[in-house]
Design a protein around this ligand. Structure first.
Ligand code: PEP
Length: 245
């Protein structure tokens, strides 16, 4: 079984003063049972890497360009993230898919670039509320998975995060049965591609995970951790989620 993963996505939040949360997290959880990942804004990765030091916290970017370098003003490449101290990068977050019109093809190209730079890609998939209401959840998730995982993906260099769009930042979560259904489906789809090793690819649930619901979500079959937004910003919230894994 792969080591479980508690991943925090700080989104466009965090200043240098926020680095104090790392001290608080390390103090409260010096040797977590699970792997801990923080994806701060890119402006903080290098400072956070220094702050983390030898403590067991991995760092990640929240997006990367599909090219390694070039004339792409404002963008950040996967090798740049690695250079700053990241070992992971989130790709295909629904906010990127919506705000920047990223398609599955774009997401696969970004994941491919992440792999080439030696980063683990956290590849996000998830249905909208309208798609769920229309009974299209598994079809949408299956298509996103097929389109967003590049041929370079392996269970070692990729993590899949199931994040229902309607659960992100809303305080609403699917039922445990609904989470289990999608994670079981993802595992079965991965098994078609990664014969014998699909169980090694970590499947995260994301969407309004908080200290009060983390343990019950983590008990669902095929949930290997969480991608946490709002509740990852403060050590007092993220710490108990880390401890629940
Ligand atoms: C996210 O943005 O990946 C996320 C899951 O956000 P939240 O935990 O705030 O719903």
């Amino acid at each position: 079984m792969p080591r479980k993963l508690a991943a925090g996505n700080w989104k466009m939040n965090g200043m240098a003063a926020s680095l104090a949360e790392i001290d608080a997290l390390v103090k409260a959880h010096p040797s977590p049972a699970c792997e801990v990942l923080i994806c701060p804004p890119a402006t903080l990765i290098a400072q956070m890497a220094w702050k983390v030091g030898k403590n067991p916290i991995a760092l990640g970017g929240q997006d990367c360009h599909s090219e390694a370098s070039g004339a792409h003003t404002g963008d950040i490449s996967a090798p740049m993230l690695a250079d700053a101290g990241a070992s992971y990068v989130i790709v295909g977050h629904s906010e990127r898919r919506a705000d920047h019109r990223e398609t599955d093809v774009d997401v696969a190209a970004k994941a491919r670039a992440a792999h080439a730079a030696g980063l683990t890609a956290v590849i996000c998939v998830g249905e909208t509320e309208a798609q769920r209401d229309a009974g299209e959840t598994l079809a949408i998730i299956g298509a996103q998975l097929a389109g967003s995982l590049p041929e370079s993906a392996t269970p070692a260099n990729s993590v899949v995060a199931y994040e229902p769009v309607w659960a992100i930042g809303t305080g609403r979560t699917p039922t445990l049965e609904q989470i289990g259904e999608v994670h079981g489906f993802l595992r079965a789809e991965l098994a078609k591609r990664f014969e014998g090793t699909a169980a090694d690819m970590r499947l995260l649930y994301g969407g309004s995970v908080k200290p009060s619901n983390a343990a019950e979500i983590f008990a669902v079959a095929d949930v290997d951790g969480a991608l946490v937004g709002g509740a990852s910003l403060k050590a007092d919230d993220f710490g108990p989620i880390v401890a629940a894994l």
